[in-house]
Design a protein around this ligand. Structure first.
Ligand code: G4P
Length: 526
């Protein structure tokens, strides 16, 4: 197959939701359609297996969250679908933000009873900034929930997205009869999972079709007619270009656990979702159809087995063809590297691949060569954009707790930071190390992993900090003065960039007033 056909076959996306909205269940149903798994429960039982075999995962189990972000590839119709899983827990939000840099579109799952929740708001904000095309799936229609119009309003106001429904629910909870597909002009009747095999579908040319009316009953039909009138009056017609530009989000209703509305979602998704998109670098825009291979690392996953300390770098291919055993140029290290076992992920299985194309994600075994954001090319110096670090929210001093293990401590901390577990800042005045995280769970993760993987120990001291801000100033004289005056508030990040550690919003405002020429950024990419 020629490379352009390979690119056109690919759909790479992420599913995001607040924990418990049904992301895992939906993922599983999609994998079932693709034949990537045979039995329901496989994704979850895989999670459980991991818990049982790995000590580190015990932390997750205890806290009831999923740390691992994985990639699941499966064929559907004649396409290749790549789902990048994202942890929903807020303490791992940075991980999710980074994974979102590697997708071309997103499905947002919302619980019909809970509506738009906090974590979803944050994740969608990142997608909106990047104009990532979004489809919304409102889940759990088998339960009583919010009114469908109220939910549409909530999505519009809280997520700041323009929406248009492509399916519409008829009833809800115990009165839930199914959905009417505005997209395909058909009624899909709801059958709770396990009650009856097959789908109950009625193709309708006209909503006034008597067969349809008698099927759902007069009252519900009357309600649907009124709803459809309102929908046509209020929401714009769906246009694929608007969706691809991130201007409009189609909305679907269903029940993942009952496998209801999922096929409609998937069938529409494969028709409208974007093929692999171009990616911007500091130097130029990379187009997927370019002949030469380029791509970037968006996630590093440590092997939890202390006997095998290797890590897997998740590498998104952006252009060209990635080939096994071929030397590629590691831009940051200015070195050629080749990979004898690049791995693809098929749900629970891993497989060595000989070649991969734009949109694909391969796992590269790594002994410490990669950092998040690293690029591989065929020789060109490219630095992919859009993988910024954001200001952490919680900070602590970190100390080496065992002087005889300093080397292990330094190496462990270094590698954990490369993986993006947290951010390290080194104070300009004292040389003390400060760790910044989004959720406090990461402090436990670091302590645990230093001990179990690096045989090192750390302790923490409290520090009151509001935010870390990356500093920029065009006037070297002003910058020197600023650095001299504010030395006690300054630090360097892991890449040696200057960072202002603001004790409070007030200190930050004061610094801004005193040094108007200095710019303070909340992300490392500006
Ligand atoms: P998450 O990955 O977004 O955190 O959510 P997950 O899929 O694990 O789903 C959270 C809970 O919601 C699960 O129940 C799941 O079965 C349930 N669920 C998912 N889709 C639907 C739906 O359409 N209707 C209803 N009523 N429930 C749904 P659980 O009790 O936490 O787990 P389990 O014991 O059922 O596996």
């Amino acid at each position: 197959m020629n490379p352009i056909d390979e690119i056109n076959k690919r759909r790479t996306f992420g599913i995001v939701s607040h924990p418990d909205a049904g992301k895992t269940t939906l993922t599983e149903k999609l994998l079932l359609f693709g034949g990537a798994i045979q039995v329901a429960g496989a994704v979850k039982s895989n999670k459980i297996k991991k818990h049982a075999t790995s000590d580190f995962m015990e932390i997750e189990r205890q806290r009831g969250i999923s740390v691992a972000t994985s990639v699941m590839a499966f064929p559907y119709r004649d396409l290749q679908i790549n789902i990048l899983d994202t942890p929903g827990h807020k303490d791992f939000a940075e991980d999710t933000f980074r994974t979102l840099t590697a997708v071309d579109s997103v499905i947002v799952v919302i619980d019909v009873a809970k509506g738009v929740e906090e974590q979803t708001e944050k994740l969608v904000e990142v997608c909106r900034m990047r104009k990532t095309p979004i489809i919304v799936f409102i889940n759990k229609l088998d339960r009583e929930g919010k009114d469908a119009f109220d939910l549409m309003d909530e999505v519009e106001t809280k997520l700041k997205l323009r929406v248009t429904p492509l399916t519409w629910p008829i009833g809800m909870g115990k009165d839930f009869q199914g959905v009417y597909s505005l997209y395909e002009k058909k009624f899909i009747g709801f059958r709770p999972h396990g009650k009856q095999e097959g789908e109950d579908v009625l193709v309708i040319k006209d909503v006034k079709d008597p067969q349809f009316i008698s099927k759902i009953g007069n009252r519900p039909h009357q309600q649907l007619t009124e709803d459809l009138e309102t929908i046509h009056g209020v929401y714009p017609d769906f246009k694929r270009e608007d969706y691809l530009d991130g201007k409009i989000c189609p909305v679907f209703y269903g029940s993942a656990v009952n496998n209801f509305g999922v096929r409609e979602l998937l069938d529409c998704f494969v028709e409208i979702a974007p093929t692999p998109l171009p990616r911007d670098t500091e130097e130029r825009r990379v187009i997927p159809t370019e002949e030469k291979m380029t791509g970037f690392v968006f996630k590093i996953h440590a092997n939890m087995d202390p006997k095998h300390r290797d890590r897997i770098a998740f590498f998104r291919i952006c252009s060209g063809k990635f080939e096994r055993n071929t030397p590629y140029f590691h831009v940051r290290l200015a070195r050629q590297l080749k990979f004898s076992n690049p791995t693809s992920f098929m749900a629970a299985r891993k497989e060595v691949v000989d070649e991969a194309f734009p949109g694909d994600v391969v796992g590269l075994y790594d002994s410490g060569n990669f950092k998040i954001g690293d690029a591989l090319t065929e020789g060109e110096n490219l630095h992919f954009k859009g993988i910024p670090r954001f200001s952490p929210e919680i900070f602590r001093y970190v100390n080496n707790a065992d002087p005889s293990k300093f080397k292990q401590f330094a190496k462990g901390l270094d590698q954990l930071m490369d993986e993006g577990v947290a951010q390290l800042f080194i104070k300009e005045d004292s040389g003390r190390k400060i760790i910044g995280v989004v959720g406090s769970l990461q402090f436990d993760v670091i302590q645990y992993r230093l001990e179990h993987e690096y045989n090192a120990a750390c302790s923490y001291d409290p520090v009151t900090l509001h935010k870390a801000l990356w500093v920029e100033c065009n006037d070297p004289k002003v910058l020197t003065e600023f650095m001299a005056r504010r030395k006690k508030d300054l630090a360097k990040d892991k890449d040696g960039k200057l960072v202002f550690l603001a004790e409070s919003a007030w200190t930050l405002r004061l610094a801004q007033e005193n040094f108007p020429e200095v710019r303070f950024h909340t992300s490392s990419e500006f």
